[in-house]
Design a protein around this ligand. Structure first.
Ligand code: PGA
Length: 256
């Protein structure tokens, strides 16, 4: 049984005062909800303050990116040991916005994922096709390439989380249908099985991301291979994020 995981990707949002208010609202909203792991991923400069703000709660802390070197002359970058130092347990890597706007590609992400897991972080590794690729019926080929470029048997599966995020669904209000998402998730799990073997692949969480909202979360999370969500826009509204977490928690309780 995989414990569902709901991760909030704050992207480049929130001042410190707003961040504190958001975390306060999330903590309040998830009181009493069990059976689900929750991670918030604020911008780098809020990490220490947010670590403090979630200190005595079950909420965990993640970053949105990391460099593959532990230290060095890399202006503007933040390393895995620094993220650990700030209290992070997770890091998002290969988000489509990093791929699209910052030219992150397979070889670079292969180094980042290895550095993250070797440094003791759980890597939330994102894959997914663009609208053009889906319309050209290339979804599987793209997802296969994103995974095979980076995920090989030397990456410890116990520190790996995959996020399937169709680019056309991110921030657009257009969600993949539960069937569309499930189909790709099952394909990803089959790929993981060919790398790690079936029992290990069964233990890896595969999150869905792309316009997850309170209104569609339960249907997505009810799919057999959807083990949680990577949430952008809705994670900035405490009531919405809490409702998505509740949908995952409720579902876990029902199906266990
Ligand atoms: P969204 O973003 O929920 O706003 O679509 C998801 C993401 O980019 O991780």
């Amino acid at each position: 049984m995989r414990t569902p995981l709901i991760a909030g990707n704050w992207k480049m949002h929130k001042t410190l005062a707003e961040a504190r208010e958001l975390v306060g609202g999330i903590r309040e909203g998830i009181k009493g909800i069990g059976g689900v792991e929750v991670v918030i991923c604020p911008p780098f400069h809020h990490l220490f303050a947010m670590a403090k703000a979630i200190d005595d709660s079950p909420v965990m802390l993640g970053a949105q990116n990391a460099h593959y070197e532990a230290q060095g002359a890399f202006t503007g970058e933040v390393s895995v040991p620094m993220l650990k130092d700030a209290g992070c347990t997770h890091v998002i890597l290969g988000h489509s916005e990093r791929r699209q706007y910052f030219a992150e590609d397979g070889p670079l992400l292969a180094k980042k994922v290895r550095a993250a897991v070797a440094g003791g972080l759980n890597a939330i590794f994102c894959v997914g096709e663009t609208l053009q690729e889906r319309e050209a019926d290339r979804t599987r080929r793209i997802v296969e390439r994103h995974i095979s470029d980076v995920i090989k048997a030397d990456v410890p599966a116990e520190r790996l989380i995959i996020a399937y995020e169709p680019v056309w669904a991110i921030g657009t209000g257009r969600t993949a249908t539960p069937d569309q998402a499930q189909e790709v998730h099952a394909f990803v799990r089959a790929m993981l099985a060919s790398t790690y073997g079936q029992p290990t692949a069964e233990a890896v969480r595969i999150l869905y991301g792309g316009s997850v909202k309170p209104g569609n979360a339960a249907d997505l999370l009810a799919q057999p291979d959807i083990d949680g969500a990577l949430v952008g826009g809705a994670c900035l509204v405490p009531a919405d994020f809490a409702a998505i977490i509740k949908a995952a928690g409720t579902w876990a309780a029902v199906s266990s």
